[in-house]
Design a binder for this molecule. Structure first.
Ligand SMILES: Nc1nc2c(c(=O)[nH]1)N[C@H]1C(S)=C(S)[C@@H](COP(=O)(O)O)O[C@H]1N2
Ligand SMILES: [Mo]
Length: 324
C-alpha cells in the first residue's frame, strides 16, 4: 500500500503518484489504484463458487479449479480507470473520492472469456444484458448490498471481456478481487466487478444502485471510458488511453496556451485496450497542455462537461513546469 496516495481510509481508496505510475507500461501491482466501496471480503479459495444463471438453458456453478481447468486461458492487456479519475481537475471540485490522475493502471489479465462461459450455459439470444454481483457488501442508500453492475450482451460476447483469475501472471491480490473478477476493457472501472460471485443473463440492466444511479449521468448508466491523458512534469513522461478499442495514435503538447502543438514521442502500447506511455522534452517554465488523439481521429476536448459526480473528466491535461 505504501507507494499509493490514500484518498480515503475506510473504505480504502488509493491512487498512484503520477511520476512512478508512468515509468512502466505494466503497472506494478503495488502501484495499481484501489477503488473499494466497502470492506475487502476475505474469500476462501476452496469454498469459492461462481454462479452463472438467469436467462440460460442450464445454470452453471463453478469452483475456482473448474473455472481454471475447464476453458482455455484467455489473456488481455487492458487499462482500467475509475470514472472519477481526474475528478480533482474539475472546477469546482465535485464531491466524491478526490482523485487526481492516478486512478488508472495497466495490467495483463488472464482468465476465461465471458463469451465461453455464456456459451456453456446456453445464454438466450434474446437476453440483452449480463449482470455481475460481488461478494462485498458496501452500504449504499442506507442499506448493505453487494456491489453489482451490468454490460450489454454485445459487449459481454466480445473476446476482450474476461472473467479473470490472474493479474500479471499472479493470482489476483485481495484488494483487486481475489479470487475472480470480471475485466471489461474499454468500460469504466465500475463495470469490472471484483470478488465475483454471480453472473446473470437478463432482459434488463442490473437493478443495482451502482449500475443505475451511482455510475450514471442524467439517468444514463456509464459504459465506455473516455479518451484521456496525463503528464508527470517530474519525469517528462505521461500516459494516454483510448476508449472503445480505439488506441491512442498521437499525443500533442503545447507550451503557449494551445496556440501551437507539437507531437510527443510515443513509447509503448498500441494495443486496442491498453494505454500508451509517451515522453516530451520541455525546458520552458509555465503551463504545459496535453491532448491525445485516437485511431478514429477523435481528440480530447479542451474542457470536459462539468458534472456533479465528477465523472469522465478528459479535458486537456494541464501541468505546471518549474523553470530550470
Ligand atoms: N465488488 C466490487 N467490485 C468493484 C468495486 C467495488 O467496490 N466492489 N469497485 C469498482 C470500481 S468503481 C473500480 S474503478 C474498479 C477498481 O478496480 P481496482 O480496485 O482493482 O483498481 O473496481 C470496480 N469493481
Ligand atoms: Mo470507479
Amino acid at each position: 500500500m505504501e507507494p499509493l496516495i490514500v484518498r480515503t481510509e475506510d473504505p480504502l481508496n488509493a491512487e498512484a503518484p503520477l511520476g512512478p505510475l508512468v515509468r512502466s507500461h505494466l503497472t506494478p501491482t503495488p502501484l495499481f489504484f484501489i477503488r473499494n466501496h466497502g470492506a475487502v471480503p476475505a474469500v476462501d479459495a476452496d469454498a469459492y463458487r461462481l454462479t452463472l444463471d438467469g436467462d440460460v438453458r442450464e445454470p452453471v456453478v463453478l469452483s475456482l479449479r473448474e473455472l481454471r481447468d475447464g476453458w482455455p486461458a484467455a489473456t488481455v492487456t487492458a487499462t482500467l480507470a475509475c470514472a472519477g479519475n481526474r475528478r480533482n481537475d474539475q472546477t469546482p471540485v465535485p464531491a466524491g473520492v478526490p482523485w487526481g490522475a492516478g486512478a488508472i493502471g495497466n495490467a495483463v489479465w488472464t482468465g476465461v472469456r465471458l463469451a465461453d462461459l455464456l456459451a456453456a450455459a446456453g445464454a438466450s439470444d434474446a437476453a440483452r444484458h449480463v449482470a455481475f454481483t460481488g461478494l462485498d457488501r458496501p452500504v449504499a442508500e442506507g442499506t448493505a448490498q453487494p456491489f453489482a453492475a451490468s454490460i450489454p450482451m454485445a459487449k459481454a460476447l466480445s473476446p476482450e471481456v474476461v472473467v479473470a483469475y490472474e493479474m500479471d501472471g499472479e493470482p489476483l491480490a485481495p484488494e483487486h478481487g481475489f479470487p475472480v473478477r470480471v475485466v471489461v476493457p474499454g468500460y469504466i472501472g465500475a463495470r469490472s466487478v471484483k470478488w465475483l460471485a454471480g453472473i446473470s443473463v437478463r432482459a434488463s440492466q442490473s437493478p443495482s444502485f451502482f449500475q443505475l444511479r451511482d455510475y450514471a449521468l442524467d439517468g444514463t448508466p456509464l459504459t465506455e471510458q473516455a479518451l484521456n491523458s496525463a503528464f508527470s512534469a517530474d519525469t517528462g513522461r505521461g500516459y494516454a488511453v483510448g476508449a472503445g478499442g480505439r488506441p491512442v495514435e498521437r499525443v500533442e503538447i503545447s507550451t503557449d496556451g494551445g496556440r501551437s502543438w507539437t507531437a510527443a514521442t510515443l513509447e509503448s502500447g498500441g494495443g486496442p485496450w491498453e494505454w500508451r506511455l509517451w515522453s516530451a522534452d520541455v525546458d520552458s517554465a509555465g503551463e504545459l497542455l496535453v491532448r491525445a488523439w485516437d485511431s478514429a481521429g477523435e481528440g480530447q476536448p479542451e474542457t470536459a462537461d462539468w458534472n456533479e459526480r465528477g465523472y469522465m473528466n478528459n479535458g486537456w491535461f494541464r501541468a505546471r513546469l518549474e523553470s530550470g
